[in-house]
Design a protein around this ligand. Structure first.
Ligand code: PGA
Length: 263
């Protein structure tokens, strides 16, 4: 095999951009966004996911079907139990019934503000897989951990603990996102080189544990202050297969600019 054909291999992973709306947008705002953004992204080859608030899942799914919009709707969190006395929580089967195709798990805001541990996130990942909802697992180091040169050990621990007991064929069904905590909502994105290095390391961790086939097919997204200005340089990197976008996913213009900047 020539060097050139080897270099062409990684692009086989299809690209994906995920908008994470966090606790923004009512049902009406969500539906208006979908109507506005759909024609703007109609020509894109990229798969576009939207993680919307719980109340907006069902109406957003209905709107997407009605418009044949190029969007996949999902949730931002869930509980690991099938059902039970857990006031304020939501179960995987409820999300599935509402039409959610995927769920973000282990976002740093959940880890930091709601004290989610790797062990709990692991149970959620398994529940989502059992229920047929695609897990989008987030990992990432804090600013202090980066300063202390702990980035790799933190990523390795989070990946192995959050995915403990998950089988190779299940790894192929999930998506991983590297989101350095210090880059989220701060306007300070990781450099392209630092992001690529972290992605390559995450892929290596998966390769060591689950083998080369899983590692090669796994999509790893970058998240943390993604904008249209940095989206295309990030996505050009060999191990960056997509983007997880927070703030810039709230406006149809900035979100579609990011999507359309990806070749
Ligand atoms: P940001 O958020 O794009 O606003 O930095 C990303 C995220 O939290 O997923």
């Amino acid at each position: 095999m020539s060097h050139d054909s080897q270099a062409a291999q990684p692009s086989q992973r299809s690209r994906i951009v995920v908008g994470n709306w966090k606790m923004y947008k009512t049902i009406e705002e969500a539906c208006t966004f979908i109507e506005t953004v759909s024609p703007l992204i109609a020509k894109s080859q990229v798969t576009v996911y939207l993680a919307v608030p719980f109340t907006a899942i069902y109406p957003a799914v209905k709107k997407v079907r009605e418009l044949h919009a190029p969007l996949v709707i999902g949730a931002q969190n869930m509980n690991d139990a099938t059902e039970g006395a857990f006031t304020g929580e939501i179960a995987a089967r409820m999300l599935q019934e509402a039409g959610a195709s995927f769920v973000i798990l282990g976002h740093s805001e959940r880890r930091q503000l709601f004290h989610e541990t790797d062990a709990w996130i692991n149970k959620k990942v398994k529940r989502a897989l059992t229920q047929g909802i695609q897990p989008l697992l987030c990992v990432g180091e804090t600013g202090q951990e980066r300063e202390e040169k702990l980035t790799e050990s933190v990523l390795k621990k989070q990946i192995l603990a959050s995915l403990k007991g998950v089988k190779a064929e299940e790894i192929e069904r999930l998506i991983l996102a590297y989101e350095p905590v210090w880059a989220i909502g701060t306007g300070i994105s990781a450099t392209v080189a630092d992001a690529q290095a972290a992605h390559s390391f995450c892929r290596e961790v998966v390769r060591e544990k689950w083998g080369v086939k899983c590692a090669d097919s796994l999509r790893i997204l970058y998240g943390g202050s993604v904008k249209s200005e940095n989206a295309s340089s990030l996505i050009r990197e060999k191990d960056i297969d997509g983007l997880l976008v927070g703030g810039a996913a709230l406006s149809p213009d900035s979100f579609s600019e990011i999507i359309n900047s990806i070749p």
